[in-house]
Design a protein around this ligand. Structure first.
Ligand code: ADP
Ligand code: MG
Length: 548
């Protein structure tokens, strides 16, 4: 549609204006314009960390000569018209502000041609006003050159004194858009040197290869799912692969790079048992939903969106992540490549043995227990040397995995239901999620007012411990998002009911525990992220005993 000025009632509904506060913000707007124009190729040239030059050239639809002045005016857009359009935004831009905002703080030139016109339009803008507009030959598409950004705002320039930091932010914007739009070919040159290029053939893994190198990209697990109203595709790091910092998580909703607290939380929650402290996975997810399901008009920089069915999206995402991580897990301990498959093995306590009927299938044992140190650590031999296993943490991991996989109706009825006196906030939080708790084996029944009865708990050798853990976890019910709280609950239950340090174990119990540990997806880290085992390789031992 042609570019027109937004009617005042629409302009008034647009969330507080676009802020061009740093070079990366300008680059982001220019890339979004090129993508909205249907570009298949976007070339980015940078000089002086974006302060001297940001030039974006695309092969998109171009701007008709007659509309060029409007493109540079505030609240002029070709992307929406009416209030109703605001509820169904299909483009990355919609406020008609970016070019005007950038032109106000730079020396901007624009060269553009739509396929319908024989020649292009060249304009020079100073202080937001068009100095010169003339015809000039050029290919179909648009080139926007932003020179001397903040040149008339020396204070802003000084504020952005860290050029390296700004350069990183510029590259992050470019590479993220390349990930979010693998079908568009991106190239970035800085000071005339090519620093990044994506192939632009729709192959997301190929873009990841350019970013992380083929070795890392090759280990990422592909995911794809389609529920009609929500489609999702992307790549995830397997449990052994992680990074420090959160930059590895990239989320795109309808092609828009977004920061989303709820989606990031669920990713961190699902990965938590698989990663150490302070580590973060590589996750690139492209979510596609109908425009009515997404409201991008909530944040000035459009980096946050409101999802109409947020809870459902979060639940689907959790499901996809959990399936991908548990079904494809490669044992993170390479020497334990063939973990024992132990199905529903009993707890290594005599009491537990009476509770569950064991169906243990033994293959050649991977870790052979030799004894205990201080009734706390199991000392074991494996194909790769010596292992010291923290028995409490090992059991914690085993119980946590079992709790997570508990089939529906897998609970055990309590002989005497436990009454729980809740605060109004706790009662409200709990009421909304009785179903989730029930699936985990916790049956709760409203008992009038803010009282609930705990009627059943997951099957355990230590019912008292489970009830105590549940009550302890309730204390934090209103402090966390519920999904994180459910995980916290399971960790608490596992921690409280796991065998303690100082408990003597016989060799049979030790073997059972080790077998079950190796059958879990993450035998190296306890659910809190602490190490479960120390490994001394044969080679290390030989070295230590070598004569010097
Ligand atoms: P918005 O993207 O919110 O519409 P902008 O100020 O970024 O606002 O752009 C104003 C208008 O200029 C756009 O609606 C579009 O019609 C046109 N435009 C901007 N950049 C391009 C481009 N690279 N290719 C084609 N048209 C463009
Ligand atoms: Mg725009």
């Amino acid at each position: 549609m042609p570019i027109t000025l937004l009617p005042p009632e629409v302009a008034a509904r647009i969330a507080a204006g676009e802020v061009i506060d740093r070079p990366a913000a300008a680059l982001k707007e220019l890339i979004e314009n090129s993508l909205d124009a249907g570009a298949r190729e976007i070339r980015i040239e940078l000089r002086g960390a974006g302060l001297d030059l940001i030039r974006v050239t695309d092969d998109g639809c171009g701007i008709p000569a007659a509309e060029v002045p409007l493109a540079l005016a505030r609240y002029a857009t070709s992307k929406l018209r009416t209030l109703d359009d605001l509820n169904r935004i299909t483009t990355l831009g919609f406020r008609g502000e970016a070019l005007a905002s950038i032109a106000a703080v730079s020396d901007l030139t624009l060269l553009t041609r739509p396929a319908t016109e024989p020649a292009g339009t060249w304009v020079v803008v100073r202080d937001g006003r068009i100095l010169l507009q003339e015809r000039r030959g050029c290919p179909v598409g648009t080139t926007v050159s932003v020179h001397n950004l903040f040149g008339r705002l020396p204070a802003r320039r000084r504020f952005l004194s860290n050029a390296r930091h700004e350069q990183q932010a510029l590259l992050a914007v470019a590479t993220h858009y390349a990930l979010g739009h693998p079908d568009c070919r991106f190239s970035v040159t800085s000071e005339g040197r090519l620093v990044f290029q994506s192939p632009g053939q729709g192959d997301l893994r190929a873009v990841l290869e350019r970013l992380y190198g083929p070795a890392t990209a090759g280990r990422l697990l592909p995911v794809a799912a389609d529920w009609g109203w929500l489609r999702l595709r992307g790549f995830l790091s397997p449990p052994g692969l992680s990074r420090s910092g959160r930059q590895g998580i990239s989320l795109f909703v309808r092609g828009r790079w977004v920061q989303s607290r709820p989606l990031t939380s669920v990713i961190e929650e699902v990965y938590r048992p698989h990663l150490g402290r302070q580590r973060s996975p590589i996750v690139v997810l492209l979510l596609d939903l109908p425009p009515e399901e997404v409201d991008p008009n909530v944040h000035p920089a459009k980096t946050e969106v409101r999802l109409v069915r947020e809870a459902e999206v979060v639940a689907r995402l959790r499901q996809v992540l959990q399936e991908a991580l548990t079904s494809r897990v490669v044992s993170p301990v390479p020497s334990l490549a063939d973990p024992l498959r132990v199905r529903q093995a009993p707890l290594p306590t005599p009491r537990a043995r009476r509770l569950a009927e064991p169906t243990v299938t033994y293959r050649s044992p991977s870790l052979r227990p030799l004894g205990q140190v201080g009734a706390t650590f199991i000392i074991a031999e494996g194909p790769e040397g010596l292992y010291l296993v923290n028995q409490h943490r090992a059991h914690e991991r085993v119980l946590y995995e079992e709790l997570r996989q508990r089939a529906p109706a897998g609970g055990q009825l309590l002989l005497e239901p436990v009454p729980l006196q809740l605060t109004p906030a706790q009662a409200t939080a709990l009421a909304a999620h009785l179903g989730d708790l029930d699936r985990l084996g916790f049956a709760l029944e409203p008992f009038g007012g803010q009282t609930y009865l705990l009627r059943a708990i997951p099957l355990s050798a230590d019912p008292d411990g489970v009830v105590a853990a549940f009550c302890a976890a309730l204390e934090t019910l209103t402090e966390n998002p519920l999904s994180a709280w459910l995980d916290h609950l399971l960790i608490t239950v596992a921690c409280r009911t796991a065998i303690k340090a100082g408990r003597p174990l016989d060799l049979g119990e030790m073997r059972l525990l080790l077998d079950r540990l190796l059958a879990t997806p993450s035998p190296r880290l306890c659910p809190h992220g602490a190490p479960i085992m120390l490994h001394f390789s044969q080679e290390y031992l030989n070295q230590q005993f070598a004569r010097r």
